[in-house]
Every structure is written in C-alpha cells, then in structure tokens.
Design a protein around this ligand. Structure first.
Ligand code: BG6
Length: 487
C-alpha cells in the first residue's frame, strides 16, 4: 500500500495565456476571442455575475469590441502583463520550489489570424524563451494548446468550431508546437476543460448564443469537431514525438444524489454522464458512449459526421486525464432546489458544504471521490490541472497578505489527494489554479484572486503591477519541499 505522494510528484501552478499575458498587440500577436470580452469596472458584483451566467456575449457586444481596440475595458488585453514579467514571475515559482508550470500557448501569437500560411516567428520565440526560462530552474512544462482563446479571424471567416476547416488550422498550429517545443514541453494538453463548450459556449466553442437558432445542436456539432481536433493532435504528437505525454481535461462537476430517493440517484448518474463522462469517455475510450444516443434523440440533436471520423477518435486516445476541481454539487429531481454559483454552471446547493465568497461549494472529500471515480473508470494516470480558492485578498501596508483561508483550502484538498493516492489512484501532479493572481475567467475581474503571489492591479487595471508573496506562498513552498507531508 502506498503511504503518500510518490517521489517526483509534480507540484506546480497553473495560469492561462489570455488571463495573464496581456501584451495583446506585442510580438505580432493577432486578436483572440478572449481579447474581446468586455468588463465595465463600475459594475457591482451582481451585475458581473449576471453577465457571466446570463448573457456571456451578444452580437452587439462582439461588434462593439471589434471596433473598440484601444479602450482599457478589456481585461484580458492587459492581464497581469506576464508577457513582459515572465522572468520575474518564473523566478518566484522557482523560489517556491515548483516542479511544473502549466500555462497555455496563445494560438493568435503563433498564427495571428489562425489561417496564415506561415507562423509568426516572434510568437514562436516568445514561448521558447519563456519555456527555457522555466527549464533554467528545472521546472517542467505542462502546455495547454488551447485555453478558450482562438484567433478571432477564424470566427469571423469560418464560424470558428462550426467549420471543419478549423480542425485543419488547429492541426497546422499543433504541428508547429510539436516541432518548435517538443524538446521543452513535458505534458501536452490539446484543450482546456473540454466540457466548457457546453456550459460557456463563447469560451469553449466560440459561439455567440444569440446567433444560434438551435444553440444545443450547434454546441454538439462544434464539440464533435473539437473531439476530432483533439484526437488528431494526440495521434500527431505520438507520431512526431514518440514517448511524449498528451492528455485530456474537463472541468469536473462532481455530483451526489441530493437524497437517497432512486429518482435522485438516477439524476446524479445522468448529470455525471452528460456533464462529465461523455467527454472523458470519448477522449479515453475513443468512441461516443451509448448513453448519449438517447440524450441526442431526446433533444433532437443530430451530429454530422464524415466517413473516417470514428477511426480518428479511435486512433487518438489520450495518455492521461486531467481536470479542474473547484466544487461539488447535488443532483435532484426537485426543480425548486436551492441554487448557488459554481465554476461555469449554477450548482444545486448541498446543505452540508460551506461556500466560498463567490458561492462555490468547497468540498475537499469530493476531490478524493472524483479521483477514485476517474481512476476506477479509466485506469489512466491523473493530473489535477486546476484547484484553488478565489477570494478577495488584502494587501497590507508592509507588503504582506494574510490568506489563512487559502492555506486551509489548499491543505484540506491536498490531504484528500493524499488519501486518494493511498486508495491506489495513480496521481502524477497538481497544478493549483492561479498560482499568481490573474484576471478571473468568469467575472473578468482582478478582485477574485487565486494566487499565492499577489499582483497589485485592480478591476480597472490600475495599480503598480508589483508582485508580493502571500502567506500561502511560504506555506506552499513548505508543502512542496516536504512532498505534501508538512501541511
Ligand atoms: C477554470 C478555467 O474553469 O476556472 C480558468 O480553466 C478559470 O481559466 C478558473 O480562471 C477559475 O474560474 P474564475 O472564473 O473564478 O476565474
């Protein structure tokens, strides 16, 4: 029986390019879909929340954002200016003893329009330099190839993931990444949170909801194209870089039956199938699961497939699975059940769990449950690609940030990961989300902070941009040094 984390367990941190880099006009970068997401800093928290969950992105806002290239109200254009600060930030990661850094590569830095014949040399040089900086300290790289931001020209010219052409452009991009960074990247991830396409259509599959007559149908067609793109990228990676590791990822919506009523148990099974297993089943098993036939039938969804698609899926199964884990929820047949916020979805409330400041239900044991469920089902190595606590933090006059709540959150989740390892789960790494404060993905604000490193910027992008070590920085350093024993 294992006693705890294996020697060489990959402790790390994660960010995404669009939430961190800024520099949206630098180095020949093209405009990405995330550069067009809009925030009015005067909105209060309720308005921000309603914006994310209600109407993520309308045609009117899209057109306005396309014309409006110079305002400061597009937080992802500014990020935390990681583009210019990466050396300083990576030095802090190294000081913490981080073993692995998960970040995404911005497609529109490599192919500014997505369909360009040649890649952008400056974009290629940027990631080489950033990855080499990590390697200087012995930090491994976990590279997400697409974290919600595709070149916006692909949306304007081809309809984004609605078109099969986007699969070919993605493969051209993937080939360049494997050629250019095959010697530097340790773990590849074709898509961040595959199931986001279903729950946050603009982020996941670049659909503007008010343009779709049948949004559900369009979402699943786009997802089919993404499954093909992912499977082809996996096969290409295996062919070009024998021995490389390439995986899949979902946002894990762990759910429990709200009661022991059989109806609730059935609901939990189906919620799990439709929100979670559908995605990992295809990536790990290489075929559409049988239970989706009934779902597609019920919602009149008809996915257009071409001859050869099934074979592509079969030949592109992943080497490992990863997931983000922030909360759990309950499944119920009761329509009037109380709701609370969650990552990408509104969740059903569990009376036994406390919620974070943003209403997400904190459930460390759910992480152990999830790890066991996923390992039992697939027997593949697992990676916790994201986990963390978004809160308001207070920077003190002396430059300290006392975030005991974050330490508690991380400790309780890491303890449960350790239990899962003792249960027999093959867990290879943990990249806590937002190792350094970045623009939050849903609300697009800076005040929802996840980092163990504080960045002095406010929701309007004002501030010195200086970095400060929070109390959790020292705590995580100690956790890493003791391989998860000293918590
Ligand atoms: C995940 C995303 O869904 O959740 C991240 O992959 C995101 O990009 C994280 O930042 C936390 O969500 P939020 O909305 O609090 O930033």
């Amino acid at each position: 029986m294992k006693q705890g984390f294996e020697e060489g367990f990959l402790w790390g941190g994660a960010i995404s390019c669009s939430q961190a880099e800024g520099g949206f006009r630098d180095g020949g970068k093209g405009v990405s879909t995330q550069d067009l997401r809009y925030l009015d800093p005067s909105w209060d928290r309720e308005q921000v929340e309603a914006k994310h969950h209600g109407s993520p992105f309308s045609t009117q806002e899209f057109e306005q954002a396309l014309q409006d290239m110079d305002t400061t109200y597009y937080p992802n254009r500014r990020g935390i200016d990681f583009y210019h600060h990466y050396k300083e930030d990576i030095a802090l990661f190294a000081e913490m003893g981080m073993k692995i850094f998960r970040t995404s590569i911005c497609w529109s830095r490599i192919f500014p329009n997505g369909d360009d014949a040649q890649p952008n040399a400056q974009g290629i040089a940027y990631y080489r330099s950033m990855f080499e900086e990590c390697k200087k300290y012995g930090i491994k790289i976990f590279a997400t190839m697409l974290h919600y931001d595709i070149p916006v020209q692909l949306v304007l010219k081809y309809g984004g993931w609605k078109s099969r052409k986007t699969i070919d452009f993605y493969l051209r991009y993937a080939k360049v990444l494997f050629e250019e960074y095959g010697d530097l990247v340790d773990f590849w991830l074709p898509f961040n949170e595959f199931n986001a396409g279903r729950f946050a259509p603009w982020d996941g599959v670049c659909l503007i909801p008010d343009q779709e007559e049948n949004l559900n149908q369009a979402v699943f067609q786009c997802l089919h194209h993404q499954f093909l793109a992912s499977a082809r990228a996996v096969a290409l990676c295996h062919q070009m870089l024998p021995g490389a590791k390439i995986g899949g990822m979902i946002a894990r919506f762990t759910t429990y039956p709200a009661t022991c009523k059989p109806q609730d148990a059935l609901q939990a099974l189906q919620d799990d199938q439709y929100a979670n297993w559908f995605y990992t089943d295809i990536m790990a098993r290489g075929r559409y699961p049988a239970y989706m036939d009934r779902y597609f039938d019920r919602f009149h969804i008809c996915i257009e497939k071409e001859p050869g698609d099934d074979e592509i899926l079969r030949n592109g199964t992943v080497d490992f699975l990863s997931f983000s884990y922030y909360f759990s929820q309950v499944s119920t047949s009761d329509q009037g059940w109380e709701k609370t916020a969650g990552n990408l979805i509104m969740a059903n409330k569990n009376p036994y769990l406390e919620t974070s400041e943003w209403g997400w239900q904190m459930d460390p044991i759910g992480l152990r449950v999830t790890l066991n469920q996923m390992y039992d089902r697939y027997g593949l190595p697992l990676f916790v690609a994201e986990n963390g606590l978004g809160t308001t933090d207070i920077l003190q006059q002396d430059g300290t940030v006392h975030d005991a709540y974050r330490i508690d959150y991380l400790r309780s989740h890491i303890e449960q990961m350790k239990q899962a390892v003792i249960d027999g789960v093959e867990l290879i790494g943990y990249t806590m989300w937002g190792i350094i404060d970045v623009v939050s993905c849903g609300p697009l604000t800076m005040d929802k902070r996840y980092g163990v490193i504080y960045v002095d910027l406010d929701n309007g992008g004002k501030g010195s941009g200086k970095r400060y070590r929070k109390d959790s920085f020292y705590w995580y350093k100690k956790c890493i040094a003791s391989n998860g024993e000293d918590l």
